[in-house]
Design a protein around this ligand. Sequence first.
Ligand code: GLV
Ligand code: MN
Ligand code: MN
Length: 435
Amino acid sequence: MSLEPPTFAPEADRSTGAPRVDARRLLDRLERLRRIGAGHGISRIGFSAEEQEGRALIADFMAEAGLRPEVDPAGNLIGLPPALRSGTPVLMLGSHIDTVPEGGAYDGALGVLGAIEVVQTLSELGLRTHRPLAAVCFANEEGGNGTPGMWGSHAVAGSLTREHITAVDVLGNPMERLVGGAGGDLGRIGEAAWPPGSIDAFLELHIEQGPVLEERGIDIGVVTAITGRVTADVEITGRTNHAGTTPMEMRRDALAAAARLVLAVRGLAAEDRIVRVATVGRCDVEPGAWNVVPGRVRLRADMRDVDPEALDRGVAALEARAVAVAAETGTGVAVEVADRVEPAPCAPRLRRRVRAAAEELGLSTIEMPSGAGHDAQIIAEAAPVGMIFVPSAGGVSHAPDEHSSDADVVNGADVLLRTVLGLGRAGAEPRRRAH
Ligand code: GLV
Ligand code: MN
Ligand code: MN
């Protein structure tokens, strides 16, 4: 990847002195972060050693931006202005740097690095904002270790549930150990919640993770609302037996039953149109031997919709299908909701500011909902939120070939910068960078 500053920046804009982020620094930091957890794609699973290594780098970047990096009791890494007086509301910017297994380099990372870049640019230009700025790197947004995701943002919003606190990861580690390893303290988790009014607003810059912006040739997506999602764990119990000797009519094959359920989950969206999208992305088979009729299968269904009632209907339909498949296959099927995240609207005032910021930079915009989940939808429980999307090449995300062009990355950060300034500019005129 080239670290040359992109050449897309309109010179006219530079000549008027309109503030722009330091493109080279932002792209260089993205590249440095990309190397952590790199293999086939990027695996920086929440609470893993790789995520911790990434967070150490982010803490350095926060310090370079003049912020004081702190880890809260939930394990969130938060960069605060050094002289912040307690009780002063902040404008919070950020996202996450954990990834799904074998994910991409931009999902979350762009929002964290963009936030830090905006803070540093403003400080170097001597521009003050109407609110102090905080840059946040939320812990475990993805839930890539099998725990419910959005852990860190739930802690900040004060909406962690017993299911979050008592979750264990795929290796059996309890949250206490995971959070402690990230520098947090589950015993003080309540202190991670920000008091009402202390977050004036939250802005998250993110890649679109879908094809719409690229297909339509649009620079910036102004997010209207963020999709809701429900995940349900399905356990199918059959009988383990010999693959060569067990007659077909005597089998209670848990995987054959699971196959029907996988297609049923898909059908909830594809044919039945009960929910917008529905996926089974994980399926564990026991004992998992080629010459054994599988005795137990666990799978997780993910259903998403902007309408919370559609999510209710999706769960009910899955439960009904599970009863039918159990009867048809002589297995036992149990369905349990694992996690639910409500849809969230973005604040109209912030949407207007994002759109105006993009237009002032000569960038094209459309309004669009987010089909992916984001920390912003959790923070929406505590403060108005806004989201800025940039195009994803080929609409690919949660995959190794996730990519956004340098120009789009920098455009997004410039829009974030201008949105922040547009929310209330006070203080000095731009002056030249110190370096
Ligand atoms: C979060 O990245 C999601 O699954 O949408
Ligand atoms: Mn993601
Ligand atoms: Mn993300």
